[in-house]
Design a protein around this ligand. Structure first.
Ligand code: NIG
Ligand code: FE
Length: 394
């Protein structure tokens, strides 16, 4: 069994025991065996290992956990972005443009896009990335989207209910039946989660409940796009169905925040349903940012994710989302880094990632900086010096 010691770590973010909310340890080392962290402690007392990686006094963090991304698509919508920057509002109407391009693409074209974006994210420190379908919206196109997504991630999400496709525009009930019936059956072998875009112009709360309940009955975990473009019952529906995460949360009422806070574990470890905030979407749609402070102050567990997609947020950079969360959403740098690592893990109901403690996967990043603070302090700068996934440099 070959072992690897990452030592000479100036600042180690463990998200476990240690200093402050990030469980920081200074002058630390991490011993990795068989892809797992087996020991964390002072560099000076580190056990011997077959190989050594000298972090040179830099900061080491758990790899980013991006719990919300739409990578299976064709084409882009750069012109739509330009129009928005000139004053056009975002409505989600452009989703149908991407659906047309995605249906027309070959499997290999879709595969190449997924691999390109997954690789782009990995180089920027994302060691786990959830991938949704949702630009196929036929039985065959949703199934192939998920089959291709599953080649790059175990965290795959069936989003057949992204919008009602044009051919069902005047009979949305029939589309919901298709999603709950043959489409779900074709998606289930490749999907771990079910998601719905619950929003005016997409699916109302009754349709969303029906689809999520069918997915849940088929063994999928629940997540939901909710309260992105306006207020609504999506967040409360997520809580009702024990969703792992309610995503966007841009327009929340007191009742929404109370419902999320009501899912608290009761032992001070946060909430069972996580609020996943996607500031790349507010950036790219020039919209007001969600009120992260209100959620955090109510005790709600918050995750940050990219929402990487060709319409509302074409970024794969978790560092960028951390910087936005700090500058625009009044999260502290520590809260933002926790949300982008341990928070993402919680949003995927995983306890083996997002932390660097014995037993966790050896998914980590070495920064080109002495502290995690630099992720927000030096926005736009490529600070990821080295990435390790399952103990291996990919
Ligand atoms: O999460 N809100 C719905 N879906 C995506 C946007 C998809 C698109 O515009 O293509 C989102 O923002
Ligand atoms: Fe999304």
């Amino acid at each position: 069994m070959s072992s690897l010691l990452v030592d000479n770590i100036g600042e180690l973010v463990t998200n476990g025991a240690g200093e402050g909310p990030l469980g920081i340890r200074r002058n630390a080392a991490v011993l990795v065996e068989e892809g797992l962290v087996v020991w964390v402690g002072p560099s000076a007392y580190a056990p011997a290992a077959d190989r050594r990686l000298d972090a040179g006094g830099a900061a080491v963090l758990p790899g980013f956990v991006d719990s919300h991304a739409h990578l299976v698509f064709a084409g882009d919508r750069a012109a739509e972005f330009a129009a928005r920057m000139a004053g056009q509002p975002y409505t989600g109407g452009g989703i149908r443009t991407t659906v047309g391009a995605t249906r027309a693409a070959t499997d290999n074209e879709l595969r190449a896009t997924v691999r390109r974006l997954r690789g782009e994210a990995l180089r920027q420190g994302t060691t786990t990335m959830e991938i949704k379908s949702g630009y196929g919206l036929t039985v065959a196109d949703e199934a192939r989207s998920l089959r291709i997504a599953a080649e790059s991630s175990t965290e795959t999400t069936f989003l057949g209910a992204h919008v009602v496709p044009a051919e069902y525009a005047d009979r949305p009930d029939d589309y919901v039946s298709l999603v709950c019936g043959p489409m779900l059956a074709a998606a289930t072998p490749y999907a771990k989660w079910v998601d719905v875009f619950c929003e005016r112009g997409a699916f109302d709360v009754d349709h969303a409940r029906a689809i999520l309940a069918c997915g849940q009955a088929a063994g999928l975990g629940v997540r939901i796009h909710a309260n992105q473009l306006g207020p609504g019952a999506g967040v409360r529906l997520g809580v009702e169905l024990d969703a792992a995460s309610v995503d966007h949360c841009t327009h929340l009422s007191d009742a929404d925040v109370d419902a999320l806070a009501g899912t608290a574990h009761g032992d001070g470890s946060g909430t069972r349903t996580v609020a996943t905030l996607l500031p790349g979407a507010e950036f790219s749609t020039r919209s007001p940012y969600p009120d992260a402070r209100r959620l955090l102050d109510a005790g709600v567990t918050v995750a940050l994710a990219t929402d990487c997609n060709p319409g509302s947020s074409y970024t794969s950079s978790m560092s960028f989302c951390v910087a936005l969360a700090v500058r625009e959403m009044r999260m502290t740098p520590a809260e933002a880094v926790w949300a982008a690592t341990a928070g993402g893990a919680r949003a995927l109901r995983r306890d083996d990632i997002g932390v660097l403690t014995p037993g966790a996967r050896a998914d980590l990043v070495v920064l080109d900086a002495p502290s995690y603070l630099h992720l927000a302090y030096r926005p736009g700068v490529p600070l990821i010096r080295q990435v390790m996934r399952n103990g291996v440099t990919p």
